[in-house]
Design a protein around this ligand. Structure first.
Ligand SMILES: CC(C)(COP(=O)(O)OP(=O)(O)OC[C@H]1O[C@@H](n2cnc3c(N)ncnc32)[C@H](O)[C@@H]1OP(=O)(O)O)[C@@H](O)C(=O)NCCC(=O)NCCS
Length: 166
């Protein structure tokens, strides 16, 4: 397993029983990542997508609990002015327990460490829950990417572009 980067103290409200740790995603983590990715998304990223992001030097992070179980992950592509959140995912059984917020907090901290002042992401209009979570976190809708996502029956779904100014 990769080396510990930053321990996160237990929640005061204790929604999660164990301490959580961020690690940089390594190629050896991708099997665990794919187990969550394939479970959560109808059109999941592939092993190659994750490997390309690691090899491109993007900010690729995983969150494991004290027992080593993978709780979630995100991939962030820094550019000149902002950072683009390419993927943020929490293990299905842990949704709604604050882990997404931890991942967003870490993505925000990395963005600021790089002296960048905005986070961007795309989300499907049909992903109402994620949309609400991002809006609650402070993201604003700034545009639409037509046909950005694959959809069933060879259709495409738009992507709502959201921005968080830091
Ligand atoms: C989207 C996702 C990453 C969010 O992670 P999560 O751990 O479920 O989210 P959290 O529990 O941290 O919730 C974040 C905030 O949204 C709020 N929230 C959670 N569910 C909500 C809902 N259904 N409606 C409105 N707000 C909600 C939480 O209260 C929390 O706000 P708070 O910290 O101010 O209380 C996660 O649900 C996920 O992996 N979903 C499937 C994959 C996906 O859709 N990824 C995003 C693709 S763009």
């Amino acid at each position: 397993m990769s080396s510990v980067q930053s321990p996160i103290p237990q929640f005061d409200q204790a929604p999660l029983p164990l301490k959580l740790y961020f690690y940089r995603m390594q190629p050896s983590d991708i099997s665990d990542v794919l187990a969550i990715e394939n479970d959560v998304y109808p059109f999941p990223w592939t092993r190659g997508n994750f490997l390309d992001s690691i090899n491109s030097g993007y900010e690729t992070w995983i969150l494991r609990d004290g027992s080593g179980a993978l709780n979630g992950y995100f991939l962030l592509m820094p550019s000149l002015d902002d950072a683009h959140l390419l993927n943020i995912t929490v293990q299905r059984d842990l949704h709604g327990r604050g882990i997404g917020r931890l991942l967003l907090d870490k993505a925000k901290a990395i963005t600021l460490e790089r002296d960048l002042h905005a986070l961007l992401l795309e989300v499907r209009p049909s992903n109402v829950r994620a949309l609400k979570i991002y809006e609650r976190y402070g993201f604003a809708r700034i545009g639409i990417r037509k046909g950005y996502y694959p959809a069933p029956d060879n259709q495409r779904e738009d992507g709502i572009v959201m921005k968080l100014v830091l």
